[in-house]
Design a protein around this ligand. Sequence first.
Ligand SMILES: *Cc1c(COP(=O)(O)O)cnc(C)c1O
Length: 469
Amino acid sequence: MTTDERTLPLELDRSAVVRLGGHVVDFLADWVDEQGSAPASDYAQAERLAEGLRRPPADDPGDFAALLETFRQAAGQGVNTAGPGYLAYFPAGGLVTAALAELLAQAANRYTGVAQMAPALVAMEHGVLTWLCDRFGLPAGAGGLATTGGSVATLSALLAARHSRPGSEDGTVYVSEHTHYCVAKAARIAGLPAERIRTVPATASLRMDVRATAELIAADRAAGLRPFLLVGTAGTTSSGTVDPLPELGELARREGLWFHVDAAYGGGFQLTERGRAQLAGIEAADSIVLDPHKSLFLPYGTGVLLVRDPAVLHAAHAADGRYLQDLSPTDDLPDFGHLGVELTREFRGLRLWLPLHLHGVRAFERELDEKLDLTASLYRQLVQDPRFELPWPPDLTVVLFRIRGTDAQNRRLLAEINSTQRVFLSSTTIDGRFFLRLCVLSFRTHADRVDEALGIIRSAAALMTGQNP
Ligand SMILES: *Cc1c(COP(=O)(O)O)cnc(C)c1O
């Protein structure tokens, strides 16, 4: 809008939609162009900007171009999690087609908590969920729920598990030392005391130790406890390691435990042949969590819970209120508001449905295959360099490494690498030792940036050790 306009009503007329929308599209096109050259991290202006950004809204209309510029500056501070140099944590999102889907979904603002309010949109979301169930080898009739992320999906999985196992109010849950803390957090929210979470040690290859799990279950039963839930991880957060899912599934079946697989990170790789080989055994799960905001490149706030038997999920969450008496269940369509912790929810279906239908599934498969290739090649090159220690070959797209030296030297190595602002890595601690952690999962990361990362890592190591390879 121009500065001489005195009002901007909430209901935009057609020309205002075209004008404001045009600004947004131009902004977006420039923004995408800049991703290759934008710093991987930048804090230089954060403090200076913060004061102005906290200004309360004025009574009169603002200037849209100026407001967009404010957003551009603010988004430029911190870590660029949508850029090609983002090799930390679990990168992924920023798919522009998901953002376009979001624009439409938010403007339509249909209510998808109860199918009767928007049956066809619920069918679209349900279609993606059942397609995912099928890709994971779950039986017909399996279903699920799109959530804000893995943590909320895990809470609902835990509630379903507990509901399905009578007496599990005082039951025990089995995780490994590398399981994400969202399981313990979900248990805490659900009112299970912390000591009911039984942490099984991992093997030298960082995988949940199946024999130790079986022994712990037996000991707990002998002590009068009620084991009810076994959690395996398909791609741990620290190292991207896949637990022995076939053996864990078999153990859960034998012991009558609910088998949950946390595939928040690894789940997307089920679309690839190598991923399916790594994740074999996941088809025996009672519930699976995956985060499309990790390995399907979608925006933050997109998690998925898949369950073998949606009736259990429903029984664990459904409630009833007189104010909802006009809304009856719809044949063959889920009422998402009765399957999870949210009643009113955003329509997450379009941000899943549109990119998958528009790009086609093979486009996702190709991207993920490329990330697996890039990771394998990076690992091969680092492991040949005698200055580095890499105890674990990657199962998926996480590489852990350190220079032969102290933790303090490795901390400095990480700071040195990140100070280039071309790449951004993170770290973790395994068996009390500090490791740098590099994860290739942004769809914008290709061979050029991974080669550049390798060069940066080698130069930083030369600086730290005084040795060239
Ligand atoms: C990221 C992650 C989670 C938590 O998911 P959020 O979407 O961040 O809530 C759970 N498990 C694993 C293995 C993860 O990597």
